[in-house]
Structures are given as C-alpha cells and as structure tokens.
Design a protein around this ligand. Structure first.
Ligand SMILES: Nc1ncnc2c1ncn2[C@@H]1O[C@H](COP(=O)(O)OP(=O)(O)O)[C@@H](O)[C@H]1O
Ligand SMILES: [Mg+2]
Length: 321
C-alpha cells in the first residue's frame, strides 16, 4: 500500500477546475518529483493534498486513511506536512527561536523540542552555526534551509515541498537537493514540486509531469532525465526566465551575496551544460557575453563589494557574519 495515493483528483478555484484526473503515488522511503511548467497546476495539486483547498472529485489516501477534504490541521497532525512556495520566515526571529516555534506549533512538547532541534541541526549543520542569528539576516539558501527545517521538525512521514529552488543560484539548489535526498533515511518521504528539472530528477526515484492540469508522464526519474528534449526544453524556458527576470525574481540571490568576480566564474563553471548552452544562445542573440549576463544579474540583485563573501570549497557561498 502506498504512503500517498491520489486517484482522479480534480480541483481548482471558485468552482473552476485547473487540475483534472490526476493520479499519483508516493511509496514509503521515496523522493518523487512533480514537474511542469509555470501554471501547470503543481501548487494547486499540493494544496488539495494537504487540505488547503477542496478536491472537487477524486480520492486521496495517506497512510491508509482517506484524507480528501479533511482539514489541513488534521492532515498535518497525521504526518503530512506542506512546505509552501516562498520562505515565509519571520525576519526578526532567531534561527533556533523559529524552530522552537515550529516545534510548538506542530505539537512537539517542550521537553522533546530540544532533541528534535539537535536532530535538525545534524541535517543542516549550517543552521547550527547560525542558531542565534536573526532569520532575516541569513542568505537565501540558508533561509530555504530554515524553511525545510521547520517542515521536518515534527518528523513528518511525508513532506510536500513546493519550488524550493526559487530565488537561489544553481549551486545552492544542488546542495539543498542533496539534503532533501537524505530525508527518507530519517523516515520522511518527499513529494518535490519543481521547475528546475535536472536537479530534481537527480534526487528523485520517480517523476510525474503535469501539463495544463493533466499528468502526461509517470515513470522512473532516470528515464525522464535521459529524455534530452524534455530536459533541454524545460531548462531553456527556465533559463530565459531567470536571465530576463532575474532582477524581479531575485533568483540568484545567493550568488549576488557572493558578489566577487570569482563567484561569477564559479557560477558559470557549475552551470549544467544545457543551461550553459541556453545562456550562450541568449548571449549570441543579444550580443552580450555570458559573463556579462551573469554580472548584470548579480548587479540587479544589489550585490556590492562590501557584501562580498568567500565562496566555500563546495562552490556554495557564505553570507557575511
Ligand atoms: N488562488 C488562486 N485563485 C485562482 N486561480 C489560481 C489560484 N492559484 C492558482 N490559480 C490558477 O491555477 C492554475 C494553476 O496554477 P498553479 O497550481 O499555481 O501552477 P504551478 O504551481 O504549476 O505554477 C493557473 O492557471 C493559475 O492561474
Ligand atoms: Mg507553483
């Protein structure tokens, strides 16, 4: 029996469906990717599963119990936790305070909270280094870690994660995905929603593709990763958006904090080949060198030399203290 089973889900807003007949499954111990373009219905699907919006029809069962149209609170108490899009942190609250609050809200007793927080620190050692720092002063990648940490503090059986790559440089995203890949070992299976397909597929065992509210692919992540036209197509769309809208979407927030020339080289060197090709195409089209595209993106994000931080050996960056 699957941990999560969704059958014929139809859901939407104000009586108008945007998701139709979705079938998907997550087995215990799996990381499953739910992929698709902007507007495909990924977030809507997660909202229906976690009880934030109603299912118009279909069946959703979790750990052997029907949860369709149960309250979000009750579903969360059963061990299904939704980490929504966006960070949603309180900027002035400290890292450890944020986790204490999350533990209390998840019904973890005061006595047990300390142990849970230590457990989370072993998963996210960077957060331990920053335990007394205000959440608002963390880098974008660290804020996303804190958001994930809050999600796992109650040791959920299933975590729904929506677009955690938003606003982050590819190297930072790679680190986050590696951390998420360890969750099943601690008893938390994962349903990962992403537009950043390459990295999501590298940590997922199975994947679904949602197009205009319908599942158009269900199968092994490796098979989808091997489909070059799919991966290349998604990357191209994504990169164009990143480069053209980077100022507004603050996608490269972490790279911006790094600022220095070295970080730019680092970014170019760690881009997946398909992404590099996309940048090169854009550079040829607009007659702007790739390094200049990256430099502009960083500048639009407000990187200044005084904010420059040292890139870590892993290629990630550290915010100033
Ligand atoms: N709160 C909402 N009210 C009405 N329509 C919405 C709302 N949220 C999303 N939609 C619509 O539902 C469709 C799917 O959106 P969404 O699930 O957010 O897609 P994705 O997460 O794949 O980008 C889109 O057409 C979007 O405009
Ligand atoms: Mg979404």
């Amino acid at each position: 029996m699957s941990l999560l089973s969704v059958r014929g889900l139809r859901t939407g807003y104000a009586g108008i469906p945007v998701v139709f007949k979705v079938d998907l499954e997550v087995e215990e111990g799996e990381v499953v990717a739910l992929l698709g373009a902007n507007g495909a219905g990924k977030t809507t699907t997660l909202r229906a599963i976690s009880g934030m919006i109603r299912a118009m029809s279909g069946e959703i069962s979790f750990a052997g119990e029907s949860i369709a149209n149960r309250s979000a609170d009750r579903i969360a108490r059963r061990g299904l936790v939704h980490v929504p899009e966006g960070r949603g942190i309180f900027p002035s609250l400290g890292v450890e305070e944020t986790m204490r609050l999350a533990a209390a809200m998840a019904g973890v007793s005061r006595a047990a909270a300390g142990e849970r927080i230590d457990e989370v620190y072993t998963t996210f050692p960077k957060l331990a280094e920053r335990r007394s720092q205000a959440a608002g002063t963390l880098s974008g990648g660290e804020q996303q870690m804190l958001t994930l940490a809050r999600g796992i503090i109650a040791r959920p059986r299933l975590l729904l994660i929506d677009e955690m790559s938003q606003g982050l440089a590819p190297t930072i995203v790679a680190d986050l995905f590696q951390l998420v890949a360890t969750f099943p070992r601690r008893g938390t299976s994962v349903l990962l929603v992403e537009q950043f397909v390459g990295q999501a597929l590298s940590v997922a065992s199975r994947a679904y593709v949602l197009e205009k509210g319908e599942i158009t692919f269900a199968g092994r992540a490796a098979d989808l990763a091997a489909d070059e036209s799919f991966v290349r197509g998604s990357y191209l769309g994504d990169v164009t958006v990143e480069v053209e809208e980077v100022g507004r979407r603050r996608r490269w927030q972490d790279s911006a904090a790094a600022g220095a020339e070295k970080a730019r080289e680092g970014i170019a060197a760690t881009l997946p080949p398909v992404m590099r090709r996309a940048l090169e195409e854009l550079s040829e089209r607009d007659g702007v060198p790739v390094s200049e595209l990256i430099r502009q993106a960083l500048q639009e994000n407000g990187a200044t030399p005084s904010e420059a931080a040292t890139p870590t050996p892993s290629g990630g960056t550290r915010g100033g203290t």
